[in-house]
Design a protein around this ligand. Structure first.
Ligand code: SAM
Length: 217
């Protein structure tokens, strides 16, 4: 009998990067000047994104991530801080403007009662130059796991509120409407949006990367 219950993760980062580059080309977005609001040590995706960028700033709340980030993201600049708080409180343009914005957030409730990218995406407009097309990318989890564990109850509730559905598993086509509204309410024009599977877990396509081509009006 095989009692090996090891979880098998199958990342598809190369597909994410391929689709990002296709959108960059299609919309004539210039060389990427990137900001990653959850840089971590960069070993998962930030390192591969940074290879496509002329500059790459990674924020992370945990100072212990800096050393790994510097090794994994050789052209990156690490900044330590709470990026949700920063985005909520800063003035538009205060930390510069970018044409690649990524929020590789924790997939749970974290910090000061933040959940996934549900708060931070409301402030993306502060990172954009008027009239410049940009790519904004973020992970979306249509098939979360361990959802019946008690400790995940509050997270499931937050997802229900944000996605306005009682369904735990999300229909990716339907939830475009949630993000469309969120960006349009910031006076951002949407040129295209798509999603690409970013990772399989035990053969299940649990995590996607959403990509929006935006312009500040
Ligand atoms: C999914 S990981 C990032 C992975 C990374 N982008 C990569 O490619 O390897 C999420 C990161 O968010 C950081 N984090 C959590 N809360 C944060 C906050 N409020 N502000 C900034 N970073 C935060 C965590 O320390 C963690 O490193």
């Amino acid at each position: 009998m095989n009692n090996n219950l090891e979880t098998v993760w199958e990342p598809k980062s190369e597909n994410v990067i391929r689709d990002m580059l296709e959108l960059k080309e299609k919309y004539g977005i210039g060389e990427f000047r990137a900001i990653e609001l959850f840089g971590g040590d960069g070993h998962t995706l930030s390192n591969k994104m940074a290879e496509q960028c002329i500059s790459f700033i990674g924020y992370d709340i945990n100072p212990e991530k800096e050393e790994g980030f510097k090794q994994n993201v050789v052209n990156g600049e690490f900044r330590c801080g709470d990026s949700v708080k920063l985005m909520m409180t800063m003035k538009a343009g205060e930390i510069g403007t970018f044409n690649l914005i990524s929020t590789d957030d924790p997939i749970c409730i974290y910090g000061e009662d933040y959940c996934e990218h549900f708060e931070i995406l409301n402030y993306v407009h502060k990172l954009l130059e008027k009239g410049e097309k940009v790519l904004c990318v973020f992970p979306v989890v249509p098939k979360p796991y361990n959802t019946d564990k008690e400790e995940n109850g509050a997270w499931m509730k937050r997802r229900e509120q944000f996605y306005r559905t009682m369904e735990i598993n999300l229909d990716l086509e339907k939830i475009f409407a949630i993000y469309d509204e969120l960006f349009e309410s910031q006076n951002l024009q949407i040129f295209e949006r798509k999603y690409t599977c970013r990772e399989y877990r035990n053969g299940v396509d649990w995590m996607y990367e959403f990509m929006y081509v935006l312009e500040k009006k």
